[in-house]
Design a protein around this ligand. Structure first.
Ligand code: NAD
Ligand code: TYD
Length: 363
């Protein structure tokens, strides 16, 4: 029986996506004795371009595959003696879940189930559970929406998901919880607010706005733009995940957030102001003039806000970046990564989405 008290072989799922790739980069640097197996299906949202020039590249083993493939997942557990899972892989875009929920049900629910089963079997066979961890990465959207005067979401807020995406993530959280309670699988769940930063696929609000503004295209604001999100710089999320992974209590959930709640309009105006400053010669200054109100998202959640007291008080984590500093870094990153953007934007799946969602033919 293998005795183990520290993590050695980590399975990261969805590590070619936005947060997953940031996490892989962060983790290889932060934990030089850990080896990563990165399992990713490379859907429209995943790209090997996100994994170029990793620090400690020799400890990173990319496997192109699907988390719903039980044989593959079981083989990975056995061959790589996986002791830790950090599960990011998901369909993650609310608007896509409205157009077509099926892949969300498959990957987010069936895929999570497949991983849980594989972990349960593998770890039951190898015995000693002194380190094993199954870290499930989830979202604040499982809690539904807040009225203006409601207190922020805490870990005890009842689940009330409103979109197919949120419902599929809520289902996966319930499965993880059940595997802890029923089988004693050493699980932790983190529910995080909206992330932004490098490598985010440019269909989400912040990179979409940066790109459209630079190219003089309309900045589409759904409805009145007074919806509120709680924004967190992605590297802060990575640090929070590592903190919970190493120091969190199994069976617990931890909320993670940025402790700021601008409206969408305020957020977009802030990005425009940064661009005005960074690109003073642009013919599109002031970029604010590009703001255009478009039809609202069906069932659009009005307000999210996270209460991060638990993680702050029990594990000592808090965000390092302010919205101002994080946005400035993010805009700078997008302005200096032309090649990455070109590769992503030339993909037919990206172009098709932009036309479908915004009904334009000029992309
Ligand atoms: P993303 O869409 O950028 O990346 C998802 C990755 O998962 C992609 O690389 C994709 O190829 C991969 N994937 C999809 N289906 C797969 C499958 N069946 N098998 C293997 N790989 C598959 O998503 P993200 O924004 O990086 O989000 C990562 C996780 O964090 C998700 O679980 C999401 O719910 C959660 N989350 C995201 C945010 C956010 O603001 N982006 C906030 C809180 C929580
Ligand atoms: P998004 O980045 O899709 O994240 P989520 O829906 O998971 O919160 O959207 C963030 C907010 O921005 C959300 O309230 C929807 C809004 N939004 C727009 O107003 N216009 C857009 O083109 C997009 C993509 C989002």
């Amino acid at each position: 029986m293998r005795m183990q008290t520290v993590m050695e072989n980590v399975l990261v799922t969805g590590g070619a996506g936005f947060i997953g790739s940031n996490f892989v980069r962060y983790f290889l640097q932060a934990r030089p004795n850990v080896a990563i197996v990165n399992l990713d299906a490379l859907t429209y949202a995943g790209s090997l371009e996100n994994l170029r020039n990793l620090p400690g590249e020799e400890r990173h083993n990319f496997i192109h595959g699907d988390i719903c493939d039980a044989n593959l997942v079981e083989r990975i557990f056995a061959e790589h003696e996986i002791d830790t899972v950090i599960h990011f892989a998901a369909e993650s875009h609310v608007d896509r879940s409205i157009h077509g929920p099926a892949p969300f049900i498959r990957t987010n629910i069936q895929g999570t189930f497949t991983l849980l089963e594989a972990a349960r079997k593998a770890w039951a066979e190898t015995g000693d559970p002194s380190f094993y961890r199954f870290h499930h990465v989830s979202t604040d959207e499982v809690y539904g929406t807040l009225a203006p005067d409601d207190p922020p979401f805490s870990e005890t807020t009842p689940y009330r998901p409103n979109s197919p995406y949120a419902a599929s993530k809520a289902s996966s959280d319930h499965l993880v919880r059940a595997y802890y309670h029923t089988y004693g699988l050493p699980c932790v769940i983190t529910n995080c607010s909206n992330n932004y930063g490098p490598f985010q696929f440019p269909e989400k609000l912040i990179p979409l706005v940066i790109l459209n503004a630079v190219n003089g295209k309309p900045l589409p604001i759904y409805g009145d733009g007074h919806q509120i999100r709680d924004w967190l710089y992605v590297e802060d999320h990575c640090e929070a995940i590592l903190t919970v992974l190493e120091h969190g209590t199994t069976g617990e959930t931890y909320n993670i957030g940025g402790d700021n709640q601008p409206t969408n309009l305020e957020m977009v105006r802030q990005i425009c102001a940064i661009l005005d400053e960074q690109l003073p010669q642009s013919p599109h200054v002031p970029h604010n003039n590009l703001i255009t109100h478009v039809e609202d998202r069906p069932g659009h959640d009005r307000r999210y806000a996270m209460d991060i007291t638990k993680i702050r008080e029990s594990l000592g984590w808090k965000p390092n970046e302010t919205l101002e500093s994080g946005l400035a870094k993010t805009v700078q990153w997008y302005l200096s990564h032309d090649e990455w953007l070109k590769t992503i934007r030339e993909r037919p799946t990206y172009k098709e989405w932009i036309v479908k969602q915004y009904e334009r033919t000029d992309n």
